[in-house]
Design a protein around this ligand. Structure first.
Ligand code: F0G
Length: 448
């Protein structure tokens, strides 16, 4: 392996005006028009079957960078010198069958790629390994992000591994304890700001203009490049036979942009022969992208004050909406919104398949059910859900749901009666065999 991890140089380009800066500003915005930048891969001469074989072969090697499910696809990544690459062996996540969820959604089969099985338990690690490595290469001492909790957990871990300091800006009281505890343990300077995610982003954008701090939000195009590998690996797991549909949650819209970019690049480079439809699902209380597409045909995006118990996607002004719109149109996907009740129900259904995920990930199943009803997804079609975070990221939500408290005092209290059947509250019993046998019998009666 050469000392550079990729063998040709990717270049930056503005997604709106097409400017091609030699390097990015501190805020990763185009100096001419202020829009986002993206990497453009150079022309390549790789033979697709040989490249696929090489990527698979690397998994059997023992070098950390070959074992990484991100870096083994380095031919589709921007160049980073090997000495600067920071890896926790991210990626290589499982693709699971969800037989119960398939029946519920009215499909012959359904699969989920579980990005919660990454080192810090969310999909963020795949982008963070590349972007943190870029920070290291450029000699930054400090990295920073605004986050709803998963980006910050991931950034804090990769910064620690790369001997960099990290600054986390999170909305006070609006992220799960699991995520907060991760950034504390990984040693980040953690600031809970009295605002929402969008307020944290505003402060961070000001900060990076004044201080030599490297921005690790998904406006950083290195993040997008790393997150592409989830789609590449998915195609490998499907033996390069693309599914009909891929369904992702939409928050700040970096992930959908990344997966869509990977699909388009794989199509252009003859690694796959057709594009899956990429559909994006938002929580109804945090649906600016849904409204942009449905109300304005994608011509503009109106920001909003977001509110949902799926705190990971509680975002009212998504940075990457234009990138996401482009991949939605290029792949022929749909955009949907789902209610708080639908999210909670779908989360329990994914759990009951023995998989589990955090609330934001469950919007995928909830959205799929709607897309099935509308006929956009058909019963015999192949569908892959991208589960973005692990069940244990937000145990509070899960416990409240099963105890029946999740919607107490909310506008959804009455409606929540309809999902009581999914609830499995823990029972407190006397230490008595008879009491346990009675509970067992009651459960058997309920299940038959
Ligand atoms: N699912 C989970 C579990 C997330 O943490 C996020 C975003 C998303 C979905 C949405 O992905 O923003 O790329 O559209 N979390 C960010 C964070 C915003 O700060 O952790 P997106």
């Amino acid at each position: 392996m050469s000392s550079n991890l990729a063998n040709a140089t990717a270049t930056l380009r503005c997604i709106s005006c097409g400017a091609t800066p030699a390097s990015a500003n501190q805020n990763f915005r185009c100096a001419s028009c202020g829009d986002l930048l993206e990497f453009v891969l150079p022309e390549w001469s790789h033979d697709p079957p040989a490249l696929k074989a090489l990527w698979l072969h690397r998994k059997t090697l023992f070098k950390p960078l070959d074992q990484s499910g991100v870096w083994r696809f380095r031919e589709l990544l921007p160049e980073i010198p090997e000495a600067h690459a920071i890896t926790l062996r991210e990626g290589n996540t499982p693709l699971y069958e969800l037989p119960r969820c398939a029946r519920i959604a009215g499909l012959d089969s359904l699969q989920a790629k579980h990005q919660g099985m990454n080192p810090t338990a969310s999909f963020k690690d795949t982008g963070m390994t590349v972007a943190a490595s870029s920070a290291h290469q450029q000699g930054f001492r400090w990295v920073a992000c605004a986050s709803t909790g998963n980006t910050s957990a991931s950034m804090a871990a990769y910064a620690a591994r790369g001997n960099m300091q990290s600054l986390v800006l999170i909305p006070e009281g609006k992220i799960s304890w699991g995520k907060l505890s991760q950034s504390l343990d990984y040693g980040a300077l953690t600031c809970q700001l009295r605002t929402d995610f969008d307020g944290c982003v505003r402060i961070l954008n000001e900060l990076v203009r004044q201080k030599p701090v490297y921005l690790l939000n998904s406006v950083n195009p290195y993040r997008i490049e790393g997150q592409k590998t989830a789609a590449i690996e998915l195609m490998e797991q499907l033996e390069w036979e693309p599914p009909d549909h891929i369904i992702v949650p939409g928050g700040n819209l970096g992930n959908s942009s990344a997966i869509g970019k990977a699909l388009i690049e794989m199509g252009d480079r003859k690694l796959i022969d057709r594009l899956p439809k990429l559909s994006i699902i938002q929580a109804q209380g945090a649906n600016p992208f849904y409204r942009s597409v449905k109300e304005f045909g994608g011509a503009k995006l109106e920001s909003m004050i977001a509110d949902t118990q799926a705190t990971a996607i509680r975002i009212g002004n998504p940075a990457s909406w234009k990138k996401a719109l482009r991949v939605l149109q290029a792949t022929g996907g749909e955009v949907e919104q789902v209610t708080e009740i639908e999210i909670a129900e779908a989360k329990a259904e994914i759990g009951a398949d023995g998989i589990g995920c955090e609330p934001a990930s469950a919007v995928t199943l909830a959205g799929l059910k709607k897309l099935r009803k509308q006929g956009f997804v058909k019963s015999g079609e192949s569908v892959v859900l991208i589960l973005t975070g692990h069940l244990l990221k937000d145990p509070d939500f899960t416990i409240k749901f099963h105890r029946g408290d999740l919607f107490t005092g909310t506008p959804y209290e009455n409606e929540s009666a309809q999902i009581r059947q999914q609830q499995r509250a823990p029972m407190v019993l006397d230490a008595d065999l008879g009491a346990v046998i009675t509970a067992l019998k009651a459960a058997e009666t309920r299940n038959t």
